[in-house]
Ligand binder design. Sequence first.
Ligand SMILES: C[S@@+](CC[C@H](N)C(=O)[O-])C[C@H]1O[C@@H](n2cnc3c(N)ncnc32)[C@H](O)[C@@H]1O
Ligand SMILES: Nc1nc2[nH]cc(C(=O)O)c2c(=O)[nH]1
Ligand code: SF4
Ligand SMILES: [Mg+2]
Length: 254
Amino acid sequence: MPVNADAGTGTTTQGHSLPINELFYSLQGEGKLAGVPSVFIRTSGCNLRCWFCDSYHTSWEPTHAQMTIAEIMEEVESYDANHVVVTGGEPLVHDETSLLLDRLSDAGYHTTVETNGTLFSETAVDLASISPKLASSTPTAERDPKGDGEWAERHEERRIDTDTLAAFADAYEMQLKFVVTDESDLIEIEELVSKIRDAADAPVRDSDVLLMPEGATRERLDENRERVAELAMEYDYRYTPRLHVGLWNDAPGT
Ligand SMILES: C[S@@+](CC[C@H](N)C(=O)[O-])C[C@H]1O[C@@H](n2cnc3c(N)ncnc32)[C@H](O)[C@@H]1O
Ligand SMILES: Nc1nc2[nH]cc(C(=O)O)c2c(=O)[nH]1
Ligand code: SF4
Ligand SMILES: [Mg+2]
Protein backbone atom coordinates (compact mmCIF):
# COMPACT_ATOMS: atom_id res chain seq x y z
CA MET A 1 0.00 0.00 0.00
CA PRO A 2 1.50 3.39 -0.91
CA VAL A 3 2.07 5.81 1.96
CA ASN A 4 -0.35 8.54 0.91
CA ALA A 5 -3.18 6.28 -0.18
CA ASP A 6 -5.77 8.64 1.27
CA ALA A 7 -4.56 11.74 -0.54
CA GLY A 8 -6.67 13.16 -3.36
CA THR A 9 -6.94 16.17 -5.66
CA GLY A 10 -10.70 16.21 -5.61
CA THR A 11 -11.01 15.22 -9.30
CA THR A 12 -14.45 13.68 -9.73
CA THR A 13 -14.37 10.21 -11.18
CA GLN A 14 -17.81 9.20 -9.98
CA GLY A 15 -19.77 7.42 -12.68
CA HIS A 16 -16.76 7.06 -15.01
CA SER A 17 -15.98 3.53 -16.10
CA LEU A 18 -13.63 1.52 -18.33
CA PRO A 19 -13.90 -1.78 -20.23
CA ILE A 20 -11.60 -4.10 -18.26
CA ASN A 21 -10.37 -7.37 -19.75
CA GLU A 22 -8.41 -8.45 -16.66
CA LEU A 23 -6.93 -7.05 -13.45
CA PHE A 24 -4.20 -9.04 -11.72
CA TYR A 25 -1.05 -8.98 -9.58
CA SER A 26 2.21 -10.16 -11.14
CA LEU A 27 5.83 -9.17 -11.72
CA GLN A 28 6.47 -6.53 -14.35
CA GLY A 29 7.87 -8.81 -17.03
CA GLU A 30 9.23 -6.25 -19.50
CA GLY A 31 11.39 -3.16 -19.70
CA LYS A 32 13.35 -1.05 -17.22
CA LEU A 33 11.17 -2.14 -14.27
CA ALA A 34 11.28 -5.87 -15.06
CA GLY A 35 10.96 -7.88 -11.85
CA VAL A 36 8.97 -5.27 -9.88
CA PRO A 37 5.76 -6.61 -8.25
CA SER A 38 2.91 -4.69 -9.89
CA VAL A 39 -0.83 -4.64 -10.29
CA PHE A 40 -1.90 -4.83 -13.95
CA ILE A 41 -5.07 -3.22 -15.24
CA ARG A 42 -5.82 -4.40 -18.78
CA THR A 43 -8.33 -2.28 -20.70
CA SER A 44 -10.08 -3.70 -23.76
CA GLY A 45 -10.11 -2.16 -27.26
CA CYS A 46 -7.28 -1.12 -29.59
CA ASN A 47 -6.78 1.16 -32.57
CA LEU A 48 -4.20 -1.24 -34.11
CA ARG A 49 -4.18 -4.95 -34.98
CA CYS A 50 -0.69 -6.42 -34.66
CA TRP A 51 -0.73 -9.96 -36.09
CA PHE A 52 1.27 -11.19 -33.08
CA CYS A 53 -0.85 -9.50 -30.39
CA ASP A 54 -0.58 -11.59 -27.21
CA SER A 55 -3.77 -9.95 -25.88
CA TYR A 56 -6.10 -11.16 -28.64
CA HIS A 57 -9.19 -10.58 -26.50
CA THR A 58 -8.45 -6.86 -26.23
CA SER A 59 -7.79 -6.27 -29.91
CA TRP A 60 -8.97 -8.84 -32.46
CA GLU A 61 -11.93 -10.06 -30.39
CA PRO A 62 -12.36 -7.67 -27.45
CA THR A 63 -14.10 -8.95 -24.32
CA HIS A 64 -14.48 -7.12 -21.04
CA ALA A 65 -16.55 -6.19 -18.03
CA GLN A 66 -17.34 -2.50 -17.51
CA MET A 67 -15.86 -1.33 -14.18
CA THR A 68 -16.18 2.07 -12.54
CA ILE A 69 -12.98 3.83 -11.54
CA ALA A 70 -14.02 3.38 -7.89
CA GLU A 71 -14.34 -0.39 -8.41
CA ILE A 72 -10.95 -0.54 -10.13
CA MET A 73 -9.32 1.45 -7.30
CA GLU A 74 -10.86 -0.85 -4.70
CA GLU A 75 -9.49 -3.94 -6.42
CA VAL A 76 -6.03 -2.37 -6.93
CA GLU A 77 -5.90 -1.43 -3.24
CA SER A 78 -6.65 -5.03 -2.24
CA TYR A 79 -3.09 -5.94 -3.32
CA ASP A 80 0.04 -5.01 -1.38
CA ALA A 81 1.79 -3.19 -4.23
CA ASN A 82 3.27 0.23 -4.94
CA HIS A 83 3.45 -0.10 -8.73
CA VAL A 84 0.50 -0.16 -11.11
CA VAL A 85 0.69 -0.88 -14.84
CA VAL A 86 -2.16 0.30 -17.06
CA THR A 87 -2.15 -1.67 -20.29
CA GLY A 88 -4.48 -3.10 -22.89
CA GLY A 89 -5.44 -3.24 -25.69
CA GLU A 90 -4.53 0.37 -26.13
CA PRO A 91 -5.35 2.11 -22.85
CA LEU A 92 -5.15 5.62 -24.32
CA VAL A 93 -8.09 5.08 -26.70
CA HIS A 94 -10.26 5.66 -23.61
CA ASP A 95 -10.52 9.21 -22.20
CA GLU A 96 -11.28 7.67 -18.79
CA THR A 97 -7.77 6.16 -18.64
CA SER A 98 -6.40 9.64 -17.82
CA LEU A 99 -8.82 9.92 -14.92
CA LEU A 100 -7.77 6.49 -13.66
CA LEU A 101 -4.06 7.41 -13.87
CA ASP A 102 -4.74 10.63 -11.95
CA ARG A 103 -6.54 8.69 -9.23
CA LEU A 104 -3.74 6.12 -9.00
CA SER A 105 -1.15 8.87 -8.73
CA ASP A 106 -3.18 10.76 -6.10
CA ALA A 107 -3.30 7.52 -4.10
CA GLY A 108 0.52 7.37 -4.17
CA TYR A 109 1.10 4.62 -6.74
CA HIS A 110 3.93 4.59 -9.26
CA THR A 111 2.17 4.43 -12.64
CA THR A 112 3.36 2.84 -15.86
CA VAL A 113 1.29 3.08 -19.02
CA GLU A 114 1.92 0.49 -21.70
CA THR A 115 1.02 2.15 -25.01
CA ASN A 116 1.60 1.81 -28.73
CA GLY A 117 2.47 5.53 -28.79
CA THR A 118 -0.09 6.65 -31.38
CA LEU A 119 -2.35 8.64 -29.00
CA PHE A 120 -0.87 11.24 -26.64
CA SER A 121 -2.51 12.10 -23.35
CA GLU A 122 -1.37 14.59 -20.69
CA THR A 123 -1.88 12.76 -17.42
CA ALA A 124 -0.17 11.26 -14.35
CA VAL A 125 2.38 8.89 -15.87
CA ASP A 126 5.63 7.98 -14.06
CA LEU A 127 6.86 5.76 -16.89
CA ALA A 128 5.54 5.86 -20.45
CA SER A 129 6.36 2.39 -21.75
CA ILE A 130 5.97 2.88 -25.47
CA SER A 131 6.03 0.05 -27.97
CA PRO A 132 5.93 1.66 -31.42
CA LYS A 133 4.76 -0.79 -34.01
CA LEU A 134 7.12 -1.66 -36.86
CA ALA A 135 6.19 -2.67 -40.41
CA SER A 136 6.72 -6.29 -39.36
CA SER A 137 3.66 -6.03 -37.06
CA THR A 138 1.22 -5.42 -39.93
CA PRO A 139 -1.47 -8.09 -40.31
CA THR A 140 -1.03 -8.96 -43.96
CA ALA A 141 -3.37 -11.58 -45.43
CA GLU A 142 -0.78 -14.33 -44.78
CA ARG A 143 -0.32 -13.34 -41.12
CA ASP A 144 -3.85 -12.27 -40.19
CA PRO A 145 -4.96 -14.32 -37.13
CA LYS A 146 -8.63 -13.81 -37.92
CA GLY A 147 -9.48 -12.67 -41.47
CA ASP A 148 -7.82 -11.94 -44.78
CA GLY A 149 -5.77 -8.80 -44.19
CA GLU A 150 -8.77 -6.46 -43.80
CA TRP A 151 -6.94 -4.48 -41.09
CA ALA A 152 -3.59 -4.15 -42.90
CA GLU A 153 -4.17 -0.73 -44.50
CA ARG A 154 -5.63 0.91 -41.37
CA HIS A 155 -2.86 -0.57 -39.22
CA GLU A 156 -0.19 0.75 -41.63
CA GLU A 157 -1.69 4.27 -41.66
CA ARG A 158 -1.95 4.49 -37.88
CA ARG A 159 1.03 2.62 -36.47
CA ILE A 160 3.63 5.45 -36.35
CA ASP A 161 3.28 9.18 -35.69
CA THR A 162 6.69 10.70 -34.99
CA ASP A 163 5.30 13.91 -33.46
CA THR A 164 3.18 11.94 -31.02
CA LEU A 165 6.20 9.85 -30.02
CA ALA A 166 8.21 13.06 -29.53
CA ALA A 167 5.40 14.48 -27.34
CA PHE A 168 5.73 11.42 -25.07
CA ALA A 169 9.50 11.89 -24.91
CA ASP A 170 9.07 15.54 -23.92
CA ALA A 171 6.35 14.91 -21.33
CA TYR A 172 7.44 11.76 -19.51
CA GLU A 173 10.18 9.47 -18.36
CA MET A 174 9.94 6.87 -21.09
CA GLN A 175 11.23 3.75 -22.75
CA LEU A 176 10.87 2.63 -26.37
CA LYS A 177 10.26 -1.12 -26.34
CA PHE A 178 10.40 -2.63 -29.81
CA VAL A 179 9.06 -6.09 -30.61
CA VAL A 180 11.75 -7.63 -32.83
CA THR A 181 10.83 -10.41 -35.23
CA ASP A 182 13.72 -10.12 -37.65
CA GLU A 183 17.11 -8.46 -38.20
CA SER A 184 15.50 -6.14 -40.80
CA ASP A 185 13.50 -4.51 -37.96
CA LEU A 186 16.72 -2.82 -36.84
CA ILE A 187 16.88 -0.61 -39.93
CA GLU A 188 13.44 0.77 -39.15
CA ILE A 189 14.28 1.15 -35.45
CA GLU A 190 17.43 3.17 -36.21
CA GLU A 191 15.53 5.48 -38.58
CA LEU A 192 12.64 5.97 -36.18
CA VAL A 193 14.83 6.69 -33.15
CA SER A 194 16.71 9.27 -35.21
CA LYS A 195 13.43 10.96 -36.28
CA ILE A 196 12.15 11.06 -32.68
CA ARG A 197 15.45 12.64 -31.58
CA ASP A 198 15.03 15.33 -34.26
CA ALA A 199 11.43 16.06 -33.26
CA ALA A 200 11.81 15.98 -29.44
CA ASP A 201 13.42 18.54 -27.13
CA ALA A 202 14.17 15.93 -24.46
CA PRO A 203 17.06 13.52 -25.00
CA VAL A 204 16.30 9.97 -26.14
CA ARG A 205 19.21 7.89 -24.84
CA ASP A 206 20.32 4.59 -26.35
CA SER A 207 19.52 3.13 -22.92
CA ASP A 208 15.87 4.18 -23.41
CA VAL A 209 15.67 1.86 -26.43
CA LEU A 210 14.89 -1.76 -25.63
CA LEU A 211 14.70 -4.74 -27.96
CA MET A 212 12.15 -7.39 -26.98
CA PRO A 213 11.90 -10.76 -28.71
CA GLU A 214 8.55 -11.55 -30.30
CA GLY A 215 6.90 -14.49 -28.56
CA ALA A 216 3.66 -15.03 -26.72
CA THR A 217 4.76 -18.54 -25.69
CA ARG A 218 7.92 -20.11 -24.25
CA GLU A 219 8.44 -22.10 -27.44
CA ARG A 220 8.32 -19.00 -29.61
CA LEU A 221 10.63 -17.06 -27.26
CA ASP A 222 13.08 -19.96 -27.27
CA GLU A 223 13.32 -19.54 -31.05
CA ASN A 224 13.80 -15.74 -31.02
CA ARG A 225 15.53 -14.47 -27.91
CA GLU A 226 19.16 -15.33 -28.57
CA ARG A 227 19.09 -13.61 -31.96
CA VAL A 228 17.49 -10.50 -30.45
CA ALA A 229 20.01 -10.45 -27.58
CA GLU A 230 22.83 -10.50 -30.13
CA LEU A 231 21.20 -7.63 -32.05
CA ALA A 232 21.02 -5.57 -28.83
CA MET A 233 24.77 -6.10 -28.33
CA GLU A 234 25.54 -5.27 -31.95
CA TYR A 235 23.50 -2.03 -31.95
CA ASP A 236 24.22 -1.04 -28.31
CA TYR A 237 20.57 -0.97 -27.30
CA ARG A 238 19.14 -2.74 -24.25
CA TYR A 239 17.58 -6.19 -24.35
CA THR A 240 14.43 -6.83 -22.39
CA PRO A 241 13.25 -10.32 -21.54
CA ARG A 242 9.60 -11.26 -21.15
CA LEU A 243 9.97 -12.64 -17.63
CA HIS A 244 6.31 -13.61 -17.25
CA VAL A 245 6.38 -15.78 -20.38
CA GLY A 246 9.41 -17.68 -19.06
CA LEU A 247 7.71 -18.09 -15.66
CA TRP A 248 4.08 -18.75 -16.62
CA ASN A 249 4.03 -19.19 -20.40
CA ASP A 250 0.82 -17.68 -21.86
CA ALA A 251 -1.46 -18.17 -18.84
CA PRO A 252 -4.04 -15.39 -18.40
CA GLY A 253 -3.62 -13.13 -15.38
CA THR A 254 0.19 -13.24 -15.48
C1 LIG B 1 -0.58 -6.19 -25.49
S1 LIG B 1 0.36 -4.71 -25.58
C2 LIG B 1 -0.72 -3.52 -24.83
C3 LIG B 1 -0.20 -2.10 -24.83
C4 LIG B 1 -0.14 -1.40 -26.19
N1 LIG B 1 -1.24 -1.69 -27.02
C5 LIG B 1 1.16 -1.74 -26.89
O1 LIG B 1 1.15 -2.44 -27.89
O2 LIG B 1 2.20 -1.29 -26.40
C6 LIG B 1 1.59 -4.92 -24.28
C7 LIG B 1 3.00 -5.20 -24.72
O3 LIG B 1 3.06 -6.50 -25.28
C8 LIG B 1 3.86 -6.46 -26.44
N2 LIG B 1 3.51 -7.62 -27.24
C9 LIG B 1 2.30 -7.98 -27.71
N3 LIG B 1 2.34 -9.15 -28.36
C10 LIG B 1 3.64 -9.57 -28.30
C11 LIG B 1 4.33 -10.71 -28.78
N4 LIG B 1 3.72 -11.68 -29.48
N5 LIG B 1 5.65 -10.81 -28.52
C12 LIG B 1 6.30 -9.84 -27.83
N6 LIG B 1 5.69 -8.74 -27.34
C13 LIG B 1 4.38 -8.61 -27.59
C14 LIG B 1 3.50 -5.10 -27.03
O4 LIG B 1 4.43 -4.68 -27.99
C15 LIG B 1 3.53 -4.25 -25.79
O5 LIG B 1 4.85 -3.88 -25.46
N1 LIG C 1 3.89 -9.88 -16.17
C1 LIG C 1 3.55 -9.09 -17.17
N2 LIG C 1 4.33 -8.02 -17.47
C2 LIG C 1 3.89 -7.19 -18.47
N3 LIG C 1 4.46 -6.03 -18.88
C3 LIG C 1 3.69 -5.50 -19.84
C4 LIG C 1 2.60 -6.32 -20.07
C5 LIG C 1 1.49 -5.97 -20.97
O1 LIG C 1 0.74 -6.84 -21.41
O2 LIG C 1 1.37 -4.77 -21.24
C6 LIG C 1 2.73 -7.41 -19.19
C7 LIG C 1 1.97 -8.60 -18.92
O3 LIG C 1 0.97 -8.94 -19.58
N4 LIG C 1 2.42 -9.38 -17.89
S1 SF4 D 1 -1.08 -2.23 -30.32
FE1 SF4 D 1 -0.81 -3.51 -28.49
S2 SF4 D 1 -2.87 -4.27 -27.94
FE2 SF4 D 1 -3.01 -3.34 -29.98
S3 SF4 D 1 -2.85 -5.08 -31.33
FE3 SF4 D 1 -0.75 -4.27 -31.09
S4 SF4 D 1 0.15 -5.38 -29.32
FE4 SF4 D 1 -2.08 -5.76 -29.32
MG1 LIG E 1 1.34 -8.81 -21.85
